[in-house]
Design a binder for this molecule. Structure first.
Ligand SMILES: *[C@@H]1O[C@H](CO)[C@@H](O)[C@H](O)[C@H]1NC(C)=O
Ligand SMILES: *[C@@H]1O[C@H](CO)[C@@H](O)[C@H](O)[C@H]1NC(C)=O
Ligand SMILES: *[C@@H]1O[C@H](CO)[C@@H](O)[C@H](O)[C@H]1NC(C)=O
Ligand SMILES: *[C@@H]1O[C@H](CO)[C@@H](O)[C@H](O)[C@H]1NC(C)=O
Length: 946
């Protein structure tokens, strides 16, 4: 549920209040400063400084003194007719720069100047300088109708004030499919940078599209996209920021259907974004998750709800440093520093369908190996190197903790050099990995992109070979590799867009794999992170490094901070254009290397930096979080977002990365983490151990129960991954995906509770000392996982019991969930019998499905080597249909069927024609449990009860 200060559940501690306060963007703070008297300003910013803690360093001082006292200010247009009709909420910022505005300068731009009235709530970010109603911008000179679209020629009539305006702009409108509209603004006379993404541009033209597009045949330009069936607006530049198309400043706005808007990552925020003048910067950055800053990845995609509960999605395919501003009208403004404006609109109309349509374009998520769904354990800084690592492995085994994958952070490397093994501290790592494999477990380790350039010549092939193959990103003048600094000291950076890069990366991955046969790779620091600003030699001073406008990126509005120079040269273009694709390009190269090395075996890549389409190759963890309660909450909103972005394999560092965890926090986090699609407990160097086996016996029991619960549910999770892979259906879902037309709009802001697919509702505890709390229970029948009692909810807030022993888990009536008895590894668990849990609806129905294959072959699906079985209950009978039965080399035995909500005690149970002895079933509390089964799931199943 949403955080409500003062409410016991989700109660905010002091730290959290501070975080909430700091939700004001820096720009909002500045504006707030402007509104307050200048003396107050100092106080305001001092407070902001405190909130930002150490990350504020280098921010520069706020623009407090910019209100204009210039006596030459005689351009007062406050009451001009082109300004007065615009209410505070409808204003569109005409001064998107970070400061320097004055009435004089504003009016010179042809814009309106009016000090914001205090009518808007609180101290808002209402712009004082805003577009007038009659701003001409571009006009339409020609519209050409085409078989499946339009070509529109635009011409500037009122120049913007940005340098290098593109006078003629072409807009191509393409009716891609019935549910996907594509439109792109570009310069017809000069080719500009376009994002080198491998999109599935397949078009399936339909005779009737669900969208309609309107562009005037002459006069002031606008584009308006509506939903054919309802007339609702899906995208409209009317009453929104006008088109600006210059070399380094491009802008376009759209109305939003409602203020219910989601997505726009990677940012740390509530799942529901605020339209109260929220500014979000997009520029991938090595930044521990904090509010209102650009983080590791870039996802310019949003989901917007229409007022009749239908939904649509909008994707801006642009990779330059960008800003999205959400205004209360509600409307949205895009501002970007390069490329073209390339939009896709997806008409849904359900959120699931929007995501299916989006992932059909950017690529569907990869199918993980089964082991990747198990529990992953990592830490940076094993005491004593491999001996400390072995100690953890052994105590996890001794404690019988379900546990599949052991990881290493950078301490396994010699001097932090990629593709090397520290023989002094980790000499027996190959033996440890062999032992993990012998136990049916797997191993992953970190690899960073920075390749040391300071090793003696001939001693470090990854650098020497990179030079030979010419794969490193080059200096701005093209003379050799640009040098930054990361963990090993000074480094060069492979350009994963270079044609030789994949072969280069594969070769070194293979060489190391010959020593340590890892099963997957964790790619970190790939924003790319650089401890120098730009390079060891700094960066040139030009408009690429210092564009006329920049979004509010950390730190201090410079592109090079903590990364490479924007002018660095990559094979395809400048780093200015390609920066936010670095992690994406590394993920592709890394997955490809693993595919080559492991042959037909699936692997796992987990990347810190991501871009649309990264989910095809890699999962994501949400970076260097803190061992604090607030981080458990933001892990849920982060998961919801990445499932929207087509990267369902996602999770946060369980128990917290930075800072020491505590028993209660770690217990609750293990319980919540059991519902992360990617479940990893990870810890930073110097902090106390936090693996489950290090805690006291009571805590271990609770954590083991959480792990066993996850392992029991893995067949269901695996089936969801299959669906995500073939259809793009998200795994982690907010309640409104399932209940979009709830009469109560409260579902649109619920983001602590979440669903696993369509059948499980998870209500975690995200604050200390909380054993009860309010949550939303949508209109449906809900069974408690643990005591099997049910509630027929009318759709309201209820008190959830949040006992320390387990997480609150509810099953939606009408669901059949495939389960398996757990074991200490997925390798062993996969050998156990299956169970079916059928939670009946109030009318006695239920349905579900099970996907199964060998858990590791890459061609399982393409080769038809899998089983897909659907299950249904109606009128006292459970039946199965084998949709696909292509994987027969392993038996699939059903050991138990549990039916929840069986109203009357049955007297006869018949399974596949065999009447069961009464010893084989029990009935109590409306739960019928049929045990001692051994039915072959690859044959049609029939269970009847009377
Ligand atoms: C602008 O003009 C209006 C109407 O003439 C006047 O009330 C207002 O004080 C003026 N504002 C400034 C800053 O001069
Ligand atoms: C490619 O796009 C088409 C049209 O949208 C879609 O039908 C198809 O499923 C997509 N292919 C993949 C692999 O996602
Ligand atoms: C829910 O719990 C709160 C206190 O935690 C209590 O005041 C309230 O009466 C409870 N509501 C219901 C319906 O039990
Ligand atoms: C379990 O089922 C088998 C036949 O499938 C039967 O022989 C055996 O008695 C049953 N055991 C129990 C405890 O009901």
């Amino acid at each position: 549920m949403k955080w409500t200060p003062g409410v016991k559940y989700g109660r905010l501690g002091d730290d959290e209040k501070c975080e909430t306060e700091s939700r004001l963007s820096n720009l909002q703070k500045r504006r707030r400063c402007l509104i307050l008297a200048k003396t107050l300003c100092t106080i305001c910013f001092a407070a902001a400084l405190g909130m930002f803690g150490i990350y504020v360093a280098g921010y520069g001082s706020p623009d407090c003194g910019t209100t204009d006292n210039d006596p030459t200010n005689n351009l007062n247009n406050t009451f001009a007719p082109q300004c007065t009709p615009i209410t505070d909420n409808q204003r569109i910022d005409c001064w998107p720069e970070s400061g320097g505005v004055s009435e004089h300068k504003c009016v010179q731009r042809g814009c309106c100047w009016k000090i914001a009235e205090q009518s808007s709530p609180g101290l808002s970010g209402v712009p004082w300088c805003y577009y007038p109603t009659n701003f001409q911008g571009y006009t339409v000179v020609n519209v050409q109708t085409q078989p499946n679209g339009m070509k529109v020629q635009l011409q500037t009539t009122q120049p913007s004030w940005w340098p290098n305006e593109v006078q003629q702009v072409t807009l191509d409108i393409e009716y891609d499919t019935a549910n996907r509209l594509h439109f792109k603004f570009y310069d017809p006379n000069n080719a500009r940078y376009e994002v080198p993404l491998n999109l599935n541009k397949t078009t399936q033209h339909a005779s009737v599209n669900e969208y309609m597009v309107e562009v005037p045949s002459s006069g002031q330009f606008y584009i308006k996209v509506t939903r054919r069936s309802t007339g609702k607006i899906l995208f409209s530049t009317q009453d929104a920021a006008p088109l600006v198309f210059t070399d380094q400043y491009l802008q376009l706005g759209t109305q939003l259907s409602t203020k219910y808007i989601y997505g726009l990552g990677e940012h740390r925020s509530a799942f529901l974004q605020s339209t109260e003048w929220t500014k979000m910067a997009f520029w991938s950055r090595d930044q521990p998750p904090s509010l209102d800053t650009n983080l590791y990845g870039v996802h310019p995609f949003y989901l917007n709800i229409e007022d009749d509960h239908k939904s649509h999605g909008v994707f801006l395919l642009n990779s330059n440093a960008m800003e999205v501003e959400l205004q209360p009208a509600p409307s949205l403004t895009y501002r970007t520093t390069g490329g073209v404006l390339d939009f896709y609109v997806f008409t849904g109309p359900t959120p699931d369908e929007v995501i299916q349509q989006y992932t059909a374009l950017i690529g569907r998520p990869f199918m993980p190996p089964y082991w990747a769904l198990g529990f992953h354990l990592c830490r940076w800084g094993f005491n004593g190197g491999s001996s400390g690592m072995k100690e953890v492995i052994n105590r996890m085994r001794a404690a019988n903790m379900p546990y599949d994958v052991q990881w290493n952070d950078i301490d396994y490397m010699r001097d932090h050099l990629d593709w090397t093994l520290d023989r002094n501290h980790f000499n027996d790592l190959p033996d440890i990995v062999a032992d993990l494999h012998n136990h049916g477990q797997h191993y992953m380790m970190i690899v960073d992109p920075g390749i040391s350039n300071t090793q003696p010549s001939g001693s470090y092939p990854p650098y020497d070979d990179g030079i030979t193959k010419d794969v490193f990103i080059k200096k701005p003048d093209g003379s050799g590799p640009i040098i930054g600094k990361v963990w090993p000291g000074n480094t060069a950076f492979p350009d994963f867009f270079h044609p030789n890069a994949e072969q280069y990366w594969t070769q070194h991955a293979q060489t190391y794999h010959n020593i340590v046969p890892y099963d997957g790779i964790w790619i970190d620091m790939n924003e790319p992170s650089n401890f120098y600003a730009g390079s060891v030699d700094g960066c040139p001073d030009n408009t690429i490094e210092n564009p006329p406008w920049l979004p509010p990126v950390l730190t201090g509005y410079t592109l090079r901070d903590k990364t490479l120079c924007a002018t660095a040269k990559q094979h395809l273009s400048t780093h200015y254009n390609l920066h936010s694709l670095y992690g994406h390009s590394e993920a592709i190269a890394t997955k490809s290397a693993l595919d080559t090395i492991l042959g037909n075996k699936r692997s796992l890549v987990i990347s810190r930096s991501t871009y649309p389409g990264t989910g095809v190759h890699s999962g994501h963890w949400m970076g260097d979080n803190n061992a604090q309660w607030i981080d458990t909450y933001y892990s849920v909103t982060g998961m919801l977002n990445f499932n929207l972005f087509g990267i369902p394999m996602v999770g946060s560092d369980i128990c917290g990365f930075n800072g020491n965890t505590n028993t209660e926090l770690c217990t609750r986090w293990m319980q919540l983490g059991a519902f992360y699609p990617f479940m990893r407990n990870h810890n930073t160097i110097g902090n106390k151990d936090q693996d489950p086996a290090v805690f006291d016996a009571t805590t271990q029991n609770i954590m083991r129960d959480a792990l066993n619960l996850r392992y029991t549910l893995l067949p269901y999770l695996y089936t969801m991954f299959y669906r995500s892979h073939v259809d793009g259906t998200p795994i982690i879902r907010p309640l409104f995906y399932q209940y979009p037309s709830s009469t109560n709009n409260v579902v649109y802001s619920v983001d602590v509770q979440f669903m696993w697919g369509k059948s499980l509702l998870i209500t975690p505890t995200t604050s200390q000392g909380t054993t009860q709390g309010q949550g939303y229970l949508p209109t449906d029948r809900w069974y408690d996982w643990f005591d099997h009692s049910y509630i027929d909810s009318p759709g309201h807030l209820i008190n959830f019991s949040l006992p320390m022993e387990h997480i609150n888990l509810k099953i939606r009536g009408d669901s059949i969930i495939p389960l398996q008895e757990p074991a200490v590894t997925t390798t062993l668990a996969r050998k156990n019998k299956f169970m079916l849990l059928a939670a009946l609806s109030s009318t006695g129905t239920a349905s579900g499905e099970l996907y199964w294959d060998d858990g590791e072959s890459r061609d399982s699906i393409s080769g038809g080597k899998y089983n897909l079985i659907s299950f249904k209950v109606s009128q006292g009978t459970l039946t199965s249909v084998i949709q696909i039965g292509g994987y027969t080399s392993e038996s699939m035995l059903l050991g138990e069927v549990q039916l929840l909500g069986v109203n009357t005690s049955p007297t006869t149970i018949v399974v596949n024609g065999r009447t069961l002895p009464s010893a084989d079933y029990t009935y109590s509390n409306k739960v019928l449990t049929v045990k001692n089964l051994s039915e072959n799931l690859l044959q049609k199943l029939t269970v009847t009860w009377k």
